[in-house]
Design a protein around this ligand. Structure first.
Ligand code: NAD
Length: 454
């Protein structure tokens, strides 16, 4: 691995034409392999809804590449200006420069998207790339390696396959930038490893993304959006609504509305329904069942009470007012379990959120400007999504990233280009150089001038 990195670091950055050429080729490869992407991910999961894969791992990435190709000629332009009058007529510029070789480490929940997205940004900025896909989705990892070999040479984009030991070794390489997507726990290890080489990191992490429903907001509309966002990919989404905060007298009506919209979307969740995805593997299935086993039975509301477990297909469950100290409320759920937490009012809801880590996304359902302003001012999160779940991820012009325990740095669209570039400052001294007027020896007249300027 290290030799490969050395070799790639010795090679030049991509020209703008090469970047556009590779991005066009990547776009075509994704377009021509939609079914293969669906198949690879589904075989890793046992079953992944094909429409979810098309939306989250094909459409989002194709739009991202299209947006990047369209705007790249503007993004690469230097920003130039004439210096401040004291330095006149010298000039300044900021020129984006490729960082070198970027490392990308991806998780298993959107195993294609979270390779292709950072890759698009890295190539746009002119970098060569080494990728470590997740070992939890090995068929997709192998597929990614084969697909990218059709678009890039081994020295342009190099895919490394392997388990956690290989991931650890990968994160210790002296990359020029490392973008990691995964858990907060592993993010800390990655940052420690990267620090040895002073490799700059972007950490796209997880955590609990709360939902807050304001008193005035239609429960029917909120429940529809929450059900869509939570059950998508069986809750295995970094920005999935983790739990809902709502006033106590609205808990029951909310549960009823959630039931209705869940059954509308998924009349059944057994094997015949292509639309509902499995939990990725036995380990995660058992982890989720373990979270439920610790709770008092009366809190658990099975939305499909007659469903008999089929492999890793886990039926959606609502948990009515679990204890804040329960493991369910302490760790990121990352599965089809939705806790509802009763609060007295907006202030208590804000305090509840602020007692936890800063979330990746905070969802707010409210039509009141005043409430929206208050939540914006009194909470901190990677992103705030008002009256809708998930789709903020697909906005090319919105930087995507966390804050505090949910991550550092961001990407998508122009922000991805900036993250993967070194924004180099350049100063051009003019032939006429006024600096001599403020250079030693400091004669009386120069001193007067400096005094006047200071
Ligand atoms: P993970 O942290 O277990 O693994 C992510 C990557 O780290 C994998 O490539 C894996 O090979 C590697 N890895 C695992 N253990 C390692 C170790 N000890 N040393 C070095 N590398 C190691 O995460 P996961 O279970 O694959 O993914 C789920 C997590 O990712 C959730 O917390 C989720 O919220 C988060 N996530 C975040 C985003 C985002 O954009 N912010 C997107 C998707 C998922």
């Amino acid at each position: 691995m290290h030799n490969q990195l050395n070799k790639m670091q010795a090679l030049p950055a991509f020209s703008v034409d090469e970047r556009l050429d590779r991005l066009n080729a990547l776009q075509k490869a994704i377009q021509n392999n939609k079914q293969a992407i669906i198949k690879a991910i589904s075989s890793d999961y046992g079953h992944r809804a094909s429409s979810e894969t098309l939306l989250a791992e094909v459409l989002v990435n194709l739009e991202d590449i299209k947006h990047t190709i369209k705007h790249l000629p503007d993004w690469v332009k230097a920003d130039k200006w004439t210096a401040d009058w004291k330095f006149w007529p010298s000039r300044c510029a900021i020129e984006p420069e490729a960082k070198g070789v970027v490392g990308i480490m991806a998780p298993w929940n959107y195993p294609f998207n979270l390779v292709a997205g950072p890759l698009t940004a890295a190539i746009a900025a002119g970098n060569r790339v080494m990728i470590k896909p997740s070992e939890v989705t090995p068929k997709t990892a192998q597929f990614i390696k084969t697909l990218l070999a059709e678009v890039f040479s081994e020295d342009e984009v190099h895919v490394v396959l392997g388990d956690v030991d290989i991931a650890d070794e990968f994160s210790r390489l002296p990359f020029d930038h490392l973008l990691f997507t995964g858990s907060t726990r592993v993010g800390k290890i990655i940052m420690r490893n990267a620090a040895e080489n002073l490799t700059p990191v972007t950490l796209e992490l997880g955590g609990k993304s709360p939902v807050l429903i304001d008193r005035d907001y239609s429960l029917d509309k909120a429940a529809k959006s929450i059900a869509k966002g939570k059950w998508f990919n069986a809750g295995q989404t970094c920005i999935a609504p983790d739990y809902v905060l709502i006033e106590a007298d609205r808990v029951r009506p909310l549960i009823d509305a959630l039931k209705k919209h869940t059954i509308d979307a998924y009349p059944s969740i057994d094997r015949n329904n292509d639309d509902f995805s499995c939990v990725v593997n036995n380990r995660h299935f058992d982890r989720l069942q373990g979270l439920l086993k610790q709770l008092p039975q009366e809190q658990i509301i099975a939305l499909y009470p007659d469903y008999q477990s089929q492999g890793n297909r886990m039926a959606p469950v609502i948990v009515n007012q679990p204890d804040q100290q329960s493991e369910l409320m302490q760790e990121e759920i990352f599965g089809p379990i939705l806790p509802i937490v009763a609060v007295d009012d907006l202030s208590e809801a804000i305090d509840y959120i602020n007692r936890g880590d800063k979330p990746l996304t905070l969802y707010l359902f409210s039509n009141k400007r005043q409430t929206i302003r208050r939540v914006k001012q009194h909470t901190s999160s990677g992103s705030l999504a008002v009256n809708e779940t998930l789709v903020h991820f697909a906005q090319q012009r919105l930087p995507f990233g966390g804050i505090g325990a949910s991550g550092m740095g961001s990407y998508h669209g122009y922000q991805g280009f900036v993250t993967m570039s070194h924004m180099k400052s350049i100063y051009y001294q003019s032939r006429l150089n006024g600096n001599d007027l403020v250079r030693a020896p400091f004669t009386k007249i120069k001193k007067k001038l400096i005094n006047w300027m200071s």
